[in-house]
Design a protein around this ligand. Structure first.
Ligand code: AMP
Ligand code: ZN
Length: 116
């Protein structure tokens, strides 16, 4: 499933057309709080460019994708999370609902061991 950038929820947040509780921003990346948090801290990290899913990453995105992990680490540090979980749901079968690639950062409670 693909979503055109002009009708993409997260592209609208990047453009400032929809509100978000912003946590971090630079030229390439934006992080904001998930509207329906699954943990006391639940951030989403997205690239500002529209990339639909993990499957749409290409080698030229390598630095961008890598920097998403660095932002996750910075958010965890800033919000004093001793441990946290990073998730990238991919395609509807993987639980993806918003088709603009995003990294969930979950913390502030004990995460269950494993992924159960
Ligand atoms: P996923 O299931 O991985 O596609 O996750 C999409 C996430 O986006 C969900 O956790 C939603 O709660 C979150 N979400 C949807 N709309 C918004 C919004 N306007 N602002 C912040 N988070 C949102
Ligand atoms: Zn988008």
């Amino acid at each position: 499933m693909s979503t055109a950038a002009h009708e993409c929820l997260f592209c609208k947040i990047v453009a400032g057309e929809l509100p978000a509780n912003r946590l971090y921003e630079d030229d390439e990346l934006l992080a904001f709080r998930d509207i329906s948090p699954k943990a006391p801290f639940h951030g989403l990290i997205i690239p500002k460019i529209h990339i639909a899913t993990l499957n749409d990453l290409v080698p030229s995105h390598a630095a961008l994708a890598g920097r998403m992990f660095l932002v996750a680490k910075e958010l965890a540090n800033e919000h004093e999370l001793p441990g946290y979980r990073v998730v990238v749901n991919t395609n509807s079968e993987g639980g993806q609902v918003v088709f603009h690639i995003h990294m969930h950062v979950l913390g502030g409670r004990q995460m269950t061991a494993g992924l159960g």
